[in-house]
Design a protein around this ligand. Structure first.
Ligand SMILES: *Cc1c(COP(=O)(O)O)cnc(C)c1O
Length: 244
């Protein structure tokens, strides 16, 4: 084994153990939680060691970047599940439907229309999460809270399979209230899954019902300075309490 693959396996084990601890605290098991390794900005050379260590779900935030690296990686490892976790432009809907197994960022009627059309044309139903702009932040993707029930209804009418709700809470504040609100909205809509929790807060998210956590930095190390929506350290409840 190379140094890179030993480090990747160590980081994966550490995250899996943290997932298990957080799940147990709320009477769940790690099997209830899908760990998605967010590999945006990472080269195939950085991704392969995680695949070797047994990781199977991966997430990307840009369609074009994913098209550049995943077809080859999927050929090497056929049982990968690929998740689109970033904002999706309507004109990339067909490309997204072709490449991804799950889309986490359905957030507006125009995208819904484009996705429904792309799915019909491809004869492929890609399950989606509706992304909610849970902190009502102007610069962020996600459907406004008030518009979410109508978007869910339209998605169901259009035959788009809905898994649940997804959010990225505001940075630098306690995320728990936002996770709890997303969980309440999902319950009210009869949706089972919650895509919430990143490197800094996935333990908190799990304790509040997350079923799909999207973890980049904790699995790959720091990304080269590019877009990092959340500080990588110390936002999780468990981590905070351990540090003090
Ligand atoms: C980058 C990203 C993540 C992973 O963030 P980390 O803090 O590196 O774990 C999760 N979700 C979305 C939508 C992202 O863009």
């Amino acid at each position: 084994m190379t140094t890179e693959s030993i480090e990747a396996a160590d980081r994966l084990n550490a995250v899996r153990e943290a997932v298990q601890r957080a799940a147990r605290l709320t009477g769940r098991t790690a099997d209830d939680i899908n760990l998605i390794a967010v590999s945006k900005t990472q080269d195939p050379a950085a991704i392969r060691p995680l695949i070797t260590a047994g990781q199977r779900s991966f997430g990307e935030n840009r369609v074009q970047e994913a098209q550049g690296k995943w077809p080859q990686l999927q050929e090497e490892a056929p049982c990968i599940t690929l998740h689109l976790v970033g904002q999706l432009q309507s004109n990339k809907a067909a490309d997204a439907v072709a490449l991804f197994d799950v889309i986490h960022s359905l957030d507006r009627p125009s995208l819904l229309t484009a996705l429904a059309r792309a799915m019909n044309a491809a004869g492929k139903r890609v399950p989606c999460f509706v992304q909610v702009n849970i902190g009502a932040e102007a610069q962020k993707g996600g459907c406004p809270i008030a518009d979410t029930p109508a978007l869910i209804r339209s998605a169901r009418d259009a035959g788009i399979p809905l898994l649940g709700l997804m959010c990225v809470p505001p940075a630098d504040v306690e995320p728990a209230p936002y996770f709890a609100l997303l969980a309440k909205m999902a319950r009210e809509e009869g949706l089972d899954r919650l895509s919430m929790g990143m490197s800094g807060d996935f333990e908190t998210a799990i304790m509040l019902g997350a079923t799909d956590i999207r973890v980049g930095t904790a699995l790959f190390g720091e990304r080269p300075s590019a877009a990092r929506p959340v500080p990588a350290s110390g936002r999780g409840m468990i981590r905070n309490s351990r540090a003090t």
